[in-house]
Ligand binder design. Sequence first.
Ligand SMILES: Cc1cc2nc3c(=O)[nH]c(=O)nc-3n(C[C@H](O)[C@H](O)[C@H](O)COP(=O)(O)O)c2cc1C
Length: 421
Amino acid sequence: MKCVDDFRLKLGNKELVPIVVGGMGVNISTAELALEAARLGGIGHISDAMIQDVADKRFNTTFVKDKTKFYKLNIPKTDKSIVQFDLGLVAEATELHVAATMAAKRGDGMIFVNCMEKLTMNAPRETLRVRMASALDAGIDGITLSAGLHLGSFALIEDHPRFRDAQLGIIVSSVRALQIFLKKNAKHDRLPDFIVVEGPLAGGHLGFGMDWAQYDLATIIADIRQYLEAEHLTIPLIAAGGIFTGTDAVGFLENGSAAIQVATRFTAASECGLPDSVKQEYLKASEEDIEVNTISPTGYPMRMLKSSPSIGSGIRPGCESYGYLLDSKGNCAYITAYNRELALHPGISLKNVSVPDKTCLCTHMSNFNCWTCGQYAYRLKDTTLRQADGSYQILSAEHIFKDYQFSVDNKIALPAPLTSS
Ligand SMILES: Cc1cc2nc3c(=O)[nH]c(=O)nc-3n(C[C@H](O)[C@H](O)[C@H](O)COP(=O)(O)O)c2cc1C
């Protein structure tokens, strides 16, 4: 019986354990988590979502405080179009996060940065160019582009000296999205080095509508393989979304995927950036506690725990501090929804405002109050031990990684019980 370790992912000049720990913004996939995946011979992701906030927490910088101060007078205003990012500071924060991570890298694996194009930052092209270029400058092994893929993103960095040597990949959820991307990028003579095919059971934003349940990952991968074969293109496919055991992974590897990308199981790892109390929420979730909703201002459905504090919250838009979802005209669907609620309830005290249909994703992701997860988060409790106090034992990333790598027969290895000292 085969296990994941019987396969290898060839990428550039490397042969890797075919396990990719997916990007989880905002700093849920920490440098520590990505470093473990790389040390063990796979691929780990950090994320550049809300990079200035992440840098402040990691390096005690003051990017967010300084931006808030600079735009202070705009806070009561509904028009956020003047709130811009200083590109030099975006580069500085990115370089800090990436360079420190790469300097700590050990082992034969790789570390990529997850760049969500929907973080339009009131200047989509300019900010994305700086985000990608400064990650490359700071030595990242590769970039995984997700959530968006509409900007001709490769063109933004085609003059970068590392454009052809870094691993550049994309996340798609349909053969159509892949076709559009390849068509737009055809003139750069630069194919993606890998394609993550993400199905409807994934965590984070979904590349599907609310009819997500009608799709399945294996069929999408088969469609994409057929298309690539017809076009005589050889690009490694990485299957993602709902791969919960080593046996699930082997199923995809035997059917032509070159690797698998996983995330939800690593939310129970000590290296994951979620606070311990939130990890316990994930661990104790049951199937009924998980929903796909449309509260993300990006317009993409998102899966999360129904108990996420972000749901129904009417917090004041935090654009002067953050503003990562402002489009090129300074709009965000949350600002519109929030202002509608204020207009509907004249005189309401700000602390009583509730916005049912959208959320201030920046503020809530920064505070770990949007508990996004994959569909199988409700199985996390089967991956660990329950403690005498009712809480669940937190795992090491190494334990989870090796369970994916070596397990057979749909088994999940439980951790050794903690011994009290
Ligand atoms: C907590 C969490 C946060 C995520 N955040 C992002 C993100 O910021 N960008 C992204 O491209 N994918 C994100 N994802 C998707 C994962 O990278 C991954 O592709 C997917 O969740 C794999 O499916 P699984 O969680 O069932 O293993 C997130 C997933 C989780 C569970």
